[in-house]
Design a binder for this molecule. Structure first.
Ligand code: ZN
Length: 259
């Protein structure tokens, strides 16, 4: 199934970016306090989005009216890369390129100004971590790589693409959780937590995080490359850190303490 295209939306009324699930009723309709004519692309904040109610054939969703309503530097301007194209893109990245991509995700998706009133200085297209150049039979074309915001719950099993690298990012709390393996080997997981400190996603990412480097009282920006994996014990999929053959797991994770 196709990934949920917009998991956040920019509301012109409140000038804030809010999670998609916060604008939808349990019946899959737009909440009555949300103005359907004021919903914009969360990335470029320029393209007006169309809300479609849930029907027997599909879930509620947001879509672009025209791809060209987006800025050229917005990843939603471009067609989605296929699973194969996404996997090939990530497999080719070096450690330095992964780190640059994560830094650029934090800069662009978490630190960008609230609203580009005069987008006369368009952001560079090739700095966008969610845009890649695909070459197919000698034809070069830019395409969109999947992203997922962690600013609310990330568990919407209806809208998950499995076993495919996804760029996750968000403003979150973190803590480390100590685990012991069956062979009595002790290690830490990095847990992404809601504002009240409840962990909702535990990531195994190597051995170098502990409660001296991570503090639950702090707020963090995080970006990482991960992928959804089916969970045999639950309807909720697991998220694993992605690393290609050139990388250590922790090189696919970047977090920045918010001062
Ligand atoms: Zn856009």
């Amino acid at each position: 199934m196709k990934d949920l295209e917009y998991d956040e939306v920019y509301c012109n009324d409140s000038q804030t970016t809010i999670p998609f699930i916060d604008i939808v009723t349990v019946n899959g309709r737009l909440k009555s306090n949300i103005n359907k004519d004021h919903l914009y692309c969360p990335e470029c904040k320029m393209a007006l989005l169309k809300f479609s109610n849930r029907s027997s054939l599909r879930r509620a969703c947001l879509s672009s009216r025209k791809l060209t309503d987006h800025l050229l530097s917005c990843s939603h301007y471009y067609k989605d890369a296929s699973k194969e194209e996404i996997c090939t893109h990530y497999e080719a990245l070096t450690t330095a390129q992964i780190q640059a991509k994560l830094q650029s995700a934090i800069n662009r998706f978490l630190l960008s100004p609230a609203h580009p009133v005069h987008p006369t200085v368009p952001l560079e297209i090739d700095d966008n971590p969610a845009i890649t150049m695909i070459e197919n039979n000698g034809v070069r074309e830019r395409k969109r790589l999947p992203t997922r915001s962690l600013n609310k719950s990330i568990y919407n099993p209806e809208s998950v693409i499995y076993e495919t690298p996804i760029l996750f990012y968000g403003n979150i709390k973190l803590k480390t959780i100590n685990c012991v393996s069956k062979k009595d080997f002790s290690y830490n997981k990095l847990a992404i937590c809601s504002k009240n400190g409840n962990p909702y996603c535990k990531l195994f990412c190597g051995y170098h995080w502990d409660d001296k480097t991570i503090n639950i009282n702090n707020d963090y920006h995080i970006a990482f490359i991960g992928y959804y994996k089916k969970n045999p014990n639950s309807k909720i999929p697991k998220i694993e850190i992605y690393a290609n053959s050139k990388q250590e797991l922790q090189q696919s994770v970047l977090y920045i303490l918010i001062q």
